[in-house]
Design a protein around this ligand. Structure first.
Ligand SMILES: Nc1ncnc2c1ncn2[C@@H]1O[C@H](COP(=O)(O)OP(=O)(O)OP(=O)(O)O)[C@@H](O)[C@H]1O
Ligand SMILES: [Mg+2]
Length: 358
């Protein structure tokens, strides 16, 4: 099989008219200009709930809370960079408007998260008297709440109840399992999921437009491939590529993201499908010699395999083998031998299938 441009298979259609921007920027970012130093993740953090991309059901529920005013305590759980903190802050702004500053206490993982904080900061804020508009409550935002110690969470149980007439809690976390059951039962648990490529693309195009970024389709596809549904990562990778090279194409993106280029991995899989262990090993050994860890390599083999246009039966077998190898690597056997064993098995799967069964 010829070299497969693996990004073809994931391609989310990019409007042709927007894929080539005027050559406004031929060189890396202008660091003398203060506005170019603002991280785009902050510059483009949505202020309003309606601007949060994706997770429509959850965001609609939050918007409904903001209209009624009477919010329950909430936990928003989901993967990184999908808009949890952003949505909670947008909700708090919608509810409190000009009173945001004095009406919101925001604690995140950079604050101490032990029991003392609940006893002091949280309690003091909950007891504070404030003149808020009718039906509005003070809001305590506990970001990255899964990093709170269990003791602190236990101490929060009673505080949540005692001040329920004046204060609401909004917790954000990646893993809702790490929030103790009694807290979960006092809250409405809302879930965020990873963003789709189409959703990432929509936002990336907006940012590229505003920042006059020069890009090509493969560049944006590469950003989506590396971000894996994480908007923060997508924007950071976009900005780093622009700062570093001034032009977003797949080669520059993979250089910036320091990931093995999927095209190599795709060619390695092609070689396995042909049963050509020598060629597959050559590519694997090349990736290894670049210094990538076994976990990075197995991760990208999985992601490329998922979208490689191979026969379905083969893909199922390959993913099974990749999974087993990943397990070994996570258990500590992150060696070239293990990865070579994987490609050997991949080559053999094809050969076995080619032999008629009796
Ligand atoms: N759904 C989204 N819509 C638009 N921008 C987003 C969205 N999600 C993330 N972003 C961008 O990514 C940045 C980080 O988002 P946010 O802080 O809300 O992530 P998070 O879900 O809280 O992640 P973490 O779990 O790591 O705390 C935002 O400033 C914004 O620029
Ligand atoms: Mg967050």
């Amino acid at each position: 099989m010829d070299d497969v441009d693996m990004l073809d298979t994931t391609r989310t259609s990019i409007p042709a008219s927007r894929s080539t921007q005027p050559a406004a920027k031929d060189k890396p970012a202008d660091f003398a200009n203060p506005s170019s130093r603002i991280p785009w993740v902050e510059k483009y953090r949505p202020r309003l709930l309606k601007d949060v991309v994706g997770n429509e059901d959850t965001v609609t529920r939050l918007a409904a809370f903001s209209k009624i005013g009477n919010v329950p305590n909430i936990i928003i759980a989901g993967p990184p960079g999908t808009g949890k903190t952003t949505s909670i802050l947008a909700l708090a702004h919608a509810l409190l408007g000009d009173n945001f500053k004095e009406g919101v206490l925001e604690l995140n993982a950079s604050n101490d998260r032990g029991i003392e904080v609940v006893r002091t900061k949280i309690k003091t804020f909950a007891q504070k008297k404030l003149n808020l508009p009718e039906g509005r409550h003070k809001i305590i935002v506990l970001d990255e709440a899964d990093a709170m110690t269990e003791g602190a969470q236990q101490a929060l149980r009673r505080t949540m109840e005692l001040y329920s007439s004046t204060t609401r809690f909004a917790l954000a976390c990646n893993d809702s399992e790490k929030i103790i059951e009694p807290i979960q039962s006092r809250c409405a648990v809302l879930r965020f999921t990873k963003l789709s490529d189409a959703q990432l693309l929509r936002r990336l195009l907006e940012v590229c437009d505003t920042e006059k970024v020069r890009y090509d389709d493969d560049g944006l596809n590469a950003i989506m491939f590396t971000a894996q549904g994480d908007m923060r990562q997508a924007l950071n990778n976009l900005q780093s590529t622009v700062d570093g090279f001034g032009f977003v194409n797949s080669e520059n993106v993979f250089k910036i993201c320091d990931e093995p280029h999927p095209e190599h991995v795709s060619r390695m899989l092609d070689a396995c499908i042909k049963g050509d262990i020598d060629e597959a090993y050559k590519i694997l050994n090349y990736l290894w010699s670049l210094g990538y860890a076994a976990e990075d390599i197995i991760g990208i083999i999985f992601r490329v395999c998922k979208i490689h246009p191979m026969a379905e039966f083969l893909k199922l077998e390959y993913i099974k083998e990749i999974g087993l190898t990943h397990k070994k690597i996570v258990e500590g056997l992150g060696t070239l031998v293990q990865l070579t064993g994987l490609i050997a098995r991949m080559c053999r799967i094809v050969q076995n299938k080619a032999q008629p069964t009796r």
